[in-house]
Ligand binder design. Structure first.
Ligand SMILES: Cc1cc2nc3c(=O)[nH]c(=O)nc-3n(C[C@H](O)[C@H](O)[C@H](O)COP(=O)(O)OP(=O)(O)OC[C@H]3O[C@@H](n4cnc5c(N)ncnc54)[C@H](O)[C@@H]3O)c2cc1C
Length: 476
């Protein structure tokens, strides 16, 4: 019997486990389906592309996307201690203050959560702000400024708008995951048990009280009882486990209904990218210890929006989709949409597996915004074609002369920011307790009622920090 069972050792789970050790007297059992983070490609920021479809990636696929050329999209998700933080691009973004105010949840306004971001940044998760970027990145920043976009030295200070050098969760040229930063120092703590290779299959209930979990390692089945279970299996994994355990829309559940919660798995939100790709005459060189994306800009697709809805990000490599081809030397300006209107759903397949349907671009306004984002990226990229910075000798390879709405649908890919499937308000309360049951909370990206405007890792760390605050001030 453990006091706390944490399901999933990803971005959030490692923070929750550490916080419970530091701030309670309880025992903590952390169950992670993946292994320890021993793959060297995890730690070298330049090698993140090697991790997709590796053993550390769940390798999730969507159902065919009707509004994106019927394509099946790859959704990489970390299956390793550190979770998706072990696979991600390490970009540190707090989100827009209006995001948190817009959630409308007591205790989660910007004024409430801003101190947590400061706690994170001055605590285990050191932030890399000062570095020498790849030369092509500085040329892109200059070109954006010539296009009328102001330089913003700190997009995390409340005003996101402008072009910026990114801030990173990198320390000593190595990726700094929550596993390294929070969990690593306490791995041999006498009150902590970490089990890797532990695939949690379902939650156990006595009536509506969650009493523990069942998991498998290989073909062996195990159970553990707990006073409180914390689900941190991510925006796909957490709703999947709830659905498998009798919590969700009653008509869709295979077994006994524990709680009829129609919104479990609904409200799947993500951000979206469309590549614009330039090749260059001049060799693009890479700074060791940094990822290929080092600068980005927050901007508006049209006037009158309350905050930026676009976040193009700039890679010092051409990121060709499988159907594209071209030389290896160049750069990509990935047109990013961060206020999408399309929402989708995670649901149970008949065999208990997963159906992931983000319904990308099902709202035409998302296509409109991405067309604007592509136009902006082309304008910035063309600044490296001729004139002042012309020594780059840039050539636009994609999209080239094609119909842009069609190109957007053919080439859109995930920006990896799935959220919203166990949303605060409909599935969990502001205390993160699952409605209709006791002894069970969710703490990960799935609880965002609306995905934040920007990258989701640090906001997920904030959610985990807040979860620990809630568990220590309002215990079960
Ligand atoms: C390729 C990529 C690039 C990204 N780039 C950035 C970026 O640069 N900056 C940024 O801010 N965000 C980025 N993100 C998004 C960010 O990493 C995620 O939003 C964040 O990691 C989500 O944290 P989480 O705790 O909700 O889920 P995760 O970190 O995914 O953790 C879930 C954990 O639960 C485990 N798990 C799931 N199901 C089970 C089960 N049944 N049993 C046991 N364990 C289970 C998983 O293996 C995993 O370890 C990126 C994501 C990806 C994939």
């Amino acid at each position: 019997m453990a006091d706390f069972v944490v399901v999933g050792g990803g971005t959030a789970g490692c923070v929750v486990a550490r916080g419970l050790l530091d701030r309670t007297d309880g025992t903590v059992l952390l169950l992670e389906a993946g292994d320890h983070d021993t793959n060297p490609a995890i730690h070298d920021p330049l090698r993140m592309h090697e991790l997709w479809d590796s053993p550390q990636d769940w390798g999730l696929r969507t159902v065919p996307q009707r509004d994106a050329g019927d394509r099946v999209l790859h959704l990489p998700r970390g299956r390793v201690l550190g979770g998706s933080h072990a696979l991600n691009a390490m970009i540190h973004v707090r989100g827009n203050p209006a995001d948190y105010d817009g959630w409308g949840q007591p205790g989660w306004s910007w004024a409430d959560v801003e101190p947590l971001f400061r706690r994170i940044e001055s605590g285990p998760l050191r932030i890399l702000r000062e570095y020498t970027a790849d030369p092509v990145q500085d040329a892109i920043v200059e070109s954006a400024q010539r296009a009328g976009i102001p330089y913003n030295p700190d997009y995390n200070d409340g005003d996101q708008t402008g072009v910026s050098h990114m801030q990173f969760t990198i320390a000593d040229n190595k990726r700094l995951t929550t596993s390294r930063a929070y969990l690593g120092p306490v791995l041999s703590h006498p009150r902590l048990t970490v089990v890797t290779g532990a695939h949690v299959r379902r939650l156990l209930f006595s009536g509506t009280r969650c009493t523990g979990v069942e998991w498998t390692t290989g073909t062996t089945s195990h159970r553990a009882e707990a006073t409180e279970v914390i689900l941190s299996a991510g925006a796909i994994g957490s709703p999947h486990l709830l659905l498998r355990s009798g919590i969700g829309p009653a008509p869709d559940l295979a077994g006994p209904v524990v709680a009829d919660l129609p919104e479990v798995g609904n409200n799947l939100q993500d951000h979206w990218l469309v590549p614009t790709i330039f090749t260059t005459d001049r060799e693009v060189t890479h700074t060791p210890g940094l990822p290929h994306a080092q600068t980005h800009l927050f901007w508006h697709s049209r006037p009158g929006l309350p905050g930026p809805d676009l976040q193009p990000l700039h890679f010092s490599v051409p990121l060709y989709e499988p159907w594209m081809s071209g030389p290896a030397n160049g750069f990509s300006l990935m047109a990013g949409l961060i206020r999408p209107r399309s929402t989708g759903r995670v649901s149970l397949a008949p065999d208990g597996g997963l159906l992931i349907d983000p319904r990308v671009l099902s709202e035409p306004s998302d296509v409109d915004a991405l067309v604007e984002a592509v136009a902006l990226c082309r304008e910035v990229g063309h600044g490296l074609v001729g004139g002042g910075a012309g020594e780059w000798g840039a050539v636009e390879r994609y999209p080239g002369r094609v119909e842009l709405r069609d190109y957007v649908r053919r080439s859109v890919v995930t920006y990896h920011h799935q959220a919203g499937t166990c949303a605060m308000g409909t599935v969990v309360g502001p205390d993160l307790r699952v409605h209709g049951v006791t002894g069970l909370r969710v703490a990960d990206a799935s609880i965002m009622p609306e995905v934040v405007s920007g990258n989701t890792n640090t906001p997920t760390v904030m959610i985990a920090e807040k979860a620990v605050d809630l568990m220590t001030t309002q215990p079960t």
